[in-house]
Design a protein around this ligand. Sequence first.
Ligand code: SF4
Length: 362
Amino acid sequence: MRKAAEISPKLLQWYDANARELPWRVPPNEPRRANPYHVWLSEIMLQQTTVTAVKPYFEAFTTRWPDVAALAAAKDEDVLAAWAGLGYYARARNLLKCARVVAVCGFPKDEAGLLALPGVGPYTAAAIAAIAYGASAVVVDGNIERVMARLFNEREALPAVKPKLKKRAAALTPQKRAGDHAQALMDLGATICIPKAPRCAGCPLQANCAAYNAGVAAELPKRLAKKPKPTRRGIAYFAQRVDGHVLLETRPPRGLLGGMLGLVGSEWAEDAPAFDPPFAANWQKYSGEITHVFTHFNLILTLYVAQVKAANPRAGSFQPAPAPSSLPSIMRKAYEAGFLICSIECGAELSNSGKKQEQNDR
Ligand code: SF4
């Protein structure tokens, strides 16, 4: 392999001509630096989420809350509703905590200060320091790990090889244009050095790439086999009152989907929970299942639907029907299915309610 010192200049030259246009980014070689609010917000949104998914959320957030002071002053429920659909809701809660610190103290300019902010980990701290402040910080995410593993033909499996990959990335990080260098690596990993079939023919670093030269690029990085995800089951209850209000509850502030609005339901457990609705009614069981994949488990929800004239639920409250986009993905799926069933079946059930006894599908 040719010298590692060649890599960053080649990469920057490629980036100058091929940088992706992203709404939070300043194009290469423009004298101004990126806005730290934009870098921070985009990096938090991009954790575990794709650029395509993040773009509309970033545009919506920066239109509604154009700076960190505006975001800090926002109501928690408004920010959580605007975040709905992006997943990993602890990020939204930390985003608000962080905005409220930064609105008072400003963004720290060094990695250590950034790392002390709520919800900011080593990757995000390094990315803000490099991209917004030009610090020679070592930015390493999954894309950059993949590029390092291939450039240096590191055969040890992830996650054990991570420290080595970080050292490799540090050795390549230049003193000048460290932010562009990091963004160039991100772009290379996203567009050329992609996971399954790297496009080595169009890669500016082909001559420097040990894995390419060894013919093993597509095999790297190696990973330990993942354990299969467990499956949990739960029940969700969609209830609609004749005035159109829907039974909803705000989940506890901590834990999965913490603080988010959702349907009333059971715990999620490996054993299927018992049918235990929030009030007695003619509950109709949805014939399908609502499924969702979380990081550590798969979830299957059974949905029950009822339409009522009045009810006194022991959990949640009847509220004006929210926009589905204000609900987290799993709740949105259940809510939309409930609405559909209600519109098809429950109206008829309700009109016959004098003839039918309330039933529970136990
Ligand atoms: Fe990745 Fe191929 Fe470029 Fe090596 S030559 S860095 S494997 S795209």
